[in-house]
Design a protein around this ligand. Structure first.
Ligand SMILES: NC(=O)c1ccc[n+]([C@@H]2O[C@H](COP(=O)([O-])OP(=O)(O)OC[C@H]3O[C@@H](n4cnc5c(N)ncnc54)[C@H](OP(=O)(O)O)[C@@H]3O)[C@@H](O)[C@H]2O)c1
Length: 313
C-alpha cells in the first residue's frame, strides 16, 4: 500500500510518499481502507523533533504519522463484533500512541471508531475526529444549560466544534477570533464575538462559567481573570499552567486543568449523533490529495485555518 512515511524528524521535505507493507490485524482490530484523513497541529508539530517521535514510536523508523481517518472496513479480526466488511467508519486511532493514519489501510481497535451517518461524506467524517473529540471531552461533563461559555479561537479545528457543542448543551456562547471569522462564528451559533485584534477580551468579559483555552500564555492567564468564582478553565496546553497562572486561579477560586484527548468509540458515537442531527457541521477549509501531504501540513502551520484541513485518498 501507499503511505506517507518519515525516516527521521524534520520539516515537510521529510514526508515521503512511499510503498510500504499493509498493517497486520489483531483479533480486536478492523482494517480500514482509508478515504479521508484530517490533519491536526499535533501531526504537524510531532514531525520536527526526534524526542517527540521517540515518545510515540520508540525506535521504530520509518514512522507513519496521523490519527484521524474515515473509510470503509475491508476486514475484521476474529473478536470484532461491532463492525463488518463494507461499513463506513471514522475515528481517532490510538491517540496519543501509534495511529499510523497516513496510509491507504489502517488497523484500528474496534473501540476507537463509529459508523459514519448516511448524510455525512468521508471528508466531513474525517474532519470530525481528534478536534471534535477534544471539544466534546472538554465540554461534555462540565458545561450546563444557561452557562456563560468562552471558547478561545472558535474558528479553529477544536474551537468550531466546541462552539457548536456548547450551543447544543444550551450555553450562552462567547468566542474570540480575528474579525475576518466573525460572520462564520455568528453563523454557527456564537452569541457574542470578540475580535482579539481590536478588543481585549479580558476588558469586555467577566463572570464566565467555563473557558476553553487553546493558546496558553496571556490568553490563559486572562481567561482565569474573566472566569467567575467556582468557574472552570480548561486548557488544551496543560504545560502552560505556570505557577503564576495556577496561583491566580487558586486566589480567584477558579478550577483550572489541562486535558489530553483520548481515543474513544463511545465518544465517537456521541459525535455520530451530533452529525446525524445536524447539531454539528464540520467546516472543511481546504482539501489536498494524498501525495500533497506536505502542502496540507504547511496549510495547518499557518495557524489561520478555519475548521479542518483534509487529505483525500
Ligand atoms: N490537549 C489536547 O488534547 C489537544 C487536542 C487538540 C488540539 N490541541 C492543541 O490546541 C491548539 C489548537 O488546535 P486547533 O486544531 O484548534 O488549531 P487550529 O485549527 O490551527 O487553530 C486555528 C485558528 O486559531 C485562531 N486563532 C489564532 N490565534 C488566535 C488568538 N490569539 N485568539 C483567538 N483565535 C486565534 C485562528 O483564527 P484567526 O485567523 O481569526 O486568528 C484560526 O481559525 C493547538 O496547539 C493544538 O496542538 C491540544
Amino acid at each position: 500500500m501507499k503511505a506517507i512515511i518519515l525516516e527521521k524528524a524534520g520539516g515537510v521535505e521529510n514526508l515521503q510518499y512511499k510503498e510500504v507493507e499493509n498493517p497486520k490485524l489483531d483479533d480486536n482490530q478492523v482494517l480500514i481502507e482509508v478515504k479521508a484523513i484530517s490533519i491536526n497541529p499535533a501531526d504537524v508539530k510531532v514531525k520536527y523533533a526526534e524526542e517527540g517521535l521517540n515518545m510515540i514510536y520508540g525506535n521504530e523508523r520509518p514512522v507513519v504519522l496521523g490519527w484521524d481517518v474515515a473509510g470503509v472496513v475491508s476486514s475484521v479480526g476474529k473478536n470484532v463484533n461491532k463492525f463488518k466488511n463494507g461499513d463506513r467508519v471514522f475515528g481517532m486511532i490510538n491517540f496519543p500512541g501509534r495511529g499510523k493514519a497516513y496510509a491507504e489501510y489502517v488497523a484500528s481497535p474496534q473501540d476507537h471508531i463509529s459508523l459514519i451517518p448516511e448524510n455525512i461524506t468521508f471528508e466531513q467524517a474525517a474532519a470530525t475526529t481528534l478536534a471534535a473529540l477534544t471539544a466534546l471531552q472538554a465540554l461534555k461533563d462540565r458545561v450546563r444549560k444557561g452557562d456563560k461559555v468562552l471558547i478561545q479561537g472558535g474558528s479553529g479545528g477544536v474551537g468550531h466544534f466546541a462552539v457548536q457543542i456548547a450551543k447544543s448543551l444550551g450555553a450562552y456562547v462567547i468566542s474570540t477570533s480575528s474579525g475576518k471569522n466573525r460572520d462564520y462564528l455568528l453563523s454557527i451559533g456564537v452569541d457574542k464575538h470578540v475580535d482579539y485584534t481590536t478588543e481585549k477580551f479580558e476588558e469586555v468579559l467577566s463572570d464566565v462559567d467555563f473557558v476553553l483555552d487553546s493558546f496558553g500564555g496571556n490568553v490563559l492567564l486572562n481567561s482565569v481573570k474573566v472566569a467567575k468564582r467556582g468557574g472552570t478553565v480548561i486548557t488544551l496546553l496543560g504545560n502552560e499552567i505556570s505557577d503564576e497562572i495556577g496561583n491566580l486561579a487558586k486566589e480567584m477560586g477558579v478550577n483550572i486543568s489541562g486535558i489530553l484527548v483520548q481515543s474513544s468509540g463511545d465518544d465517537m458515537e456521541l459525535l455520530r449523533n451530533y452529525l446525524e442531527s445536524g447539531e454539528i457541521i464540520p467546516n472543511i477549509y481546504k482539501t489536498f490529495d494524498f501525495a500533497d501531504m506536505a502542502k496540507a501540513h504547511q496549510e495547518v502551520e499557518t495557524g489561520r485555518t478555519v475548521g479542518k484541513v483534509i487529505v483525500k485518498l
